[in-house]
Design a protein around this ligand. Sequence first.
Ligand code: FEO
Ligand code: CA
Ligand code: CA
Ligand code: CA
Length: 592
Amino acid sequence: AAKAETSAPALSFQELAKSITEDQQVAAGYKAQVVVSWGDALHGGMDAFDPLLLTPAEQERRFGYNNDFIGFMPLPVGSQASDHGLLCVNHEYTNTELMFSGLKGESAKDLISEDQAKVEMAAHGHTIVEVKKGKDGWAVVADSRYNRRISFLSTVCEATGPAAGHARLKTKADPSGRKIVGTLNNCAGGKTPWGTILTAEENIHQYFAGNPEGTPEARNHKRMGIENKPEYGWGRFFERMDVSKEPNEPNRFGWLVEIDPYDPSSTPKKRTALGRFKHEAGTCVVNPDGRVTVYTGDDERFEYLYRFVTKGKFVPNDRKANMGLLDEGTLSVARFDANGTVSWLPLIHGKGKLTAENGFASQADVVIEARRASELLGATPMDRPEDVETNPVNGRVYVMLTNNTKRKPEQVDAANPRANNAYGHILELTAPGGEGKAANHTADTYQWDILLLAGDPSKPDVGARYHPDVTSNGWLAAPDNCTFDNHGRLWIATDQGGDQAKRGVPDGIYATQVDGAQRALTKFFYAVPRDAEMCGPEFTPDGKTLFVSVQHPGEGSTYDKPSTRFPRFKADMPPLPSVVAITKKDGGEIGG
Ligand code: FEO
Ligand code: CA
Ligand code: CA
Ligand code: CA
């Protein structure tokens, strides 16, 4: 449980007022600077960005759309440098009507051309870009040898682990079942202790057209939400995006993908041992015995929280020795009991109900249909498990549960205690063994507690729970991503979607202590521009820069009539999803 005291300094910044504006806002005494935006050139000799002239080939050489996860990877590799490194950034999805002129809302997907579809495919995936901090702040290093786009359109990834090469991963274009073109809907992610990136493939269902009924994968696709209701127009042009023609293609997405950002020629690896679902994140922690635990959520209402523990042990200072660690180990799913215990239920073929009788002929079937396997084991359906992070100071694990307005009163349980949960909550898990590095994230059971129940604490019917001193500006809604500073203080990014306009509450960054007298006293630090969401909070090792992702500014409006033109505010430029660097004006640590 939480400690009564903490050595972490108080969060001394003066919090922002809740107001939605066309520009970003940060607490007084801090500076928020745009580092890289959609369309920025990643290689030398390229023209300035003109969205009206964008081609698929160009997009593959420029920063992608809707940046989400940010990993700061110091240069040189293995150092703790805080003024030079690689930004490894996910590009989750595209907003068709904001990328192209003349398209509107719902019909945009039916109106785009094949070339525009290819631009969208190229704008998905990941960017690795070298950045340096100078006297004018952070800047991209143009034409760095590290700069690289990984896209859905063209980057060949390799499947590894139990589902690699399995019949259910084979397609006409790839009879090997191992060579997968692209990575898709890259949401949050994580960094491994050996200096690679994990990128989480999340809402992969929304891209696939065609009726899955009558295909051998019908039940599987239904569970993943693939039901001939695509939100993109790609299925009109590409056979692989139509499940009636290529029923196995979706089985090649929904994985955690490992990328080595320090080797620009490396092949991204889809680590199938960690299961297939709508992965939100992949947070690693080294255990006292050297094995590595990866936490990952499945972001959908009533889906589950997962953990993977490697079989092998982490070898410090030897990157190569660790590169296959994520291919062997045990995937487990969480069951939360009312007595405050969380049990990790192993998803192992042949054990319990995970047998051929139930449609699991091998571990490949178990990982491909991890959701169905988890349900059979009695895992607890959660209120949309998004980011999961371990606190480097107290060793506890924090789970962001965004919301779940579909939970009915009879479906309430101790760990998901509110029906019609419109605001979300944060759980705190305590592994046995001790604090910090002593915590044993391989144990079969942990204890769990509630850090906070989000929403407006002044409205009794909301049922919010925080520190009693939380202000009208400091309460939050829809916790999505998070990170910790070096003092173990929690920084939360929120994503209310369209609710922020309705509530008049902007998304942004909220910070809180998790131990001591100010536990769960959240304070509002940064606000996104209109109709954006906040993703990717990431500190440099010195805690003096906080990188954040401004995703989909202007969502819900159009290229020709956007609700904001952040960050350039020029009449001929639409809003641009951007990575922002927040620093303290006096050069000190973020948060005080
Ligand atoms: Fe892509 Fe669950 O956020
Ligand atoms: Ca998210
Ligand atoms: Ca995070
Ligand atoms: Ca989100």
